[in-house]
Design a protein around this ligand. Structure first.
Ligand code: UT7
Length: 332
């Protein structure tokens, strides 16, 4: 029997309206626009403002837009998987809350925690659910409110991150298009370079942990940078080789938007020209699990049925991976 692929059949996205520009950051920490642009590629990032708003509020916006585009009702969705490191709360899962707010009454839902690779991990899980034949409509959301865990007095991290959400719908493919292959990797020994020190079961929140700023992102930037360049470039190249894809066969690279220099290194390793690389880090910064679906959302109109697209990510864990998608539809 021929394999039935899972295809992405719709995309939605959401970024909050408030723009935190490099110029504003210059007034907050000892930094400058030139340094941020040349070292990271970021010019501005979006920040979710408003009391009581969290990742689910952005996630549900992305899901609603996606369902509207596809023309299906929320109750038709079988499952929703949410990739995030900034859940609304430790439990329940943000996926449960998105389903409640969006009226996805018939969906079971859960979160995936794989940091910046979360969307690729969740996409792979969702793909398997559809390929199994048991589920017809699976939503994969990548969302992060990074501003909730960024220390805005730490110039090494506050310049990078932003908030946003993206969502895709997976359905059984009618032909050869769909999510074709994926290589995912993790190495927990990398946690020492990128983690949050307190707030988990090892070190629950205390007055001391808050005063010590241990509920913010801790990152050793240079070390993460080195692993990220190698991890993302190697795995993307391996995926191409395994599927006999050359640079000419690939229409687009959709890289996790962590640092423009990491993106360039990955594209170079794949021998891809810049015109084939989706880049919006300048506008949105690093939105962790949301970067890849936000790129698909922005570029959707330029994608064509049959296009070979490589999604690639590297992030906390360490986690990393690459996914080959053959695009399944034309946007009118
Ligand atoms: O998405 C999840 C995975 N995360 C990543 O992939 C992030 C990977 N790492 C990076 O993107 C980069 O390491 C950073 C953007 C975080 C930092 O860039 P870098 O080129 O590695 O800078 P650095 O940490 O080596 O710092 C170089 C210098 C230091 O000064 P000295 O010691 O040379 O005097 C820093 O103190 O730049 C200084 N610096 C800054 N200067 C102006 C650090 N942050 C800033 C800043 N503005 N915002």
């Amino acid at each position: 029997m021929d394999k039935c692929y899972a295809a992405i059949t719709a995309v939605g996205g959401y970024v909050p309206p408030y723009k935190l520009t490099n110029q504003i950051l210059e007034t907050m920490v000892d930094t400058n626009d030139e340094w941020i642009r040349s070292r990271t590629g970021v010019e501005e990032r979006r920040i979710l403002k408003g009391e009581g708003l969290g990742s689910s509020d952005m996630g549900v916006e992305a899901v609603n837009e996606m369902l509207k585009k596809r023309g299906i009702g929320a109750e038709e969705v079988d499952c929703l998987i949410c990739a995030t490191v900034t859940p609304d709360m430790v439990f329940p899962a943000t996926a449960n809350i998105i389903c409640d707010k969006g009226g996805l009454k018939n969906a079971f839902s859960f979160d995936v925690g794989a940091a910046c690779s979360g969307f690729l991990y969740a996409l792979t899980v969702g793909t398997s659910l559809v390929e199994s034949g048991r589920y017809q409509k699976v939503v994969v959301v990548g969302v992060d409110k990074m501003s909730s865990i960024v220390d805005y007095s730490d110039r090494a991290t506050c310049i990078i991150f932003g908030d946003g959400a993206g969502a895709v719908l997976l359905e059984p493919a009618s032909g050869e298009e769909g999510v074709k292959d994926s290589i995912l990797r993790s190495d927990g020994s990398g946690r020492q370079y990128l983690h949050m020190k307190a707030g988990g079961s090892v070190k629950p929140a205390t007055v001391e942990s808050v005063l010590a700023k241990e509920h913010y992102i801790y990152q050793e930037g240079q070390a993460v940078f080195k692993f990220a360049v190698k991890g993302m470039a190697d795995v993307s190249y391996e995926l191409m080789e395994r599927n006999n894809l050359t640079a000419d066969d690939i229409a687009w690279l959709v890289p996790h938007q962590a640092n423009l220099r990491i993106i360039d290194a990955t594209a170079n390793r794949m021998n891809l020209p810049k015109e084939k690389v989706m880049i919006n880090i300048n506008k949105f910064g690093n939105t962790t699990a949301a970067t890849i679906p936000l790129c698909l959302w922005e570029w959707e109109n330029q994608l064509h049925k049959g296009d070979n697209i490589i999604l690639a990510a590297f992030g906390g864990g360490f986690t990393w991976g690459a996914t080959w998608v053959k695009w399944a539809y034309e946007t009118n």
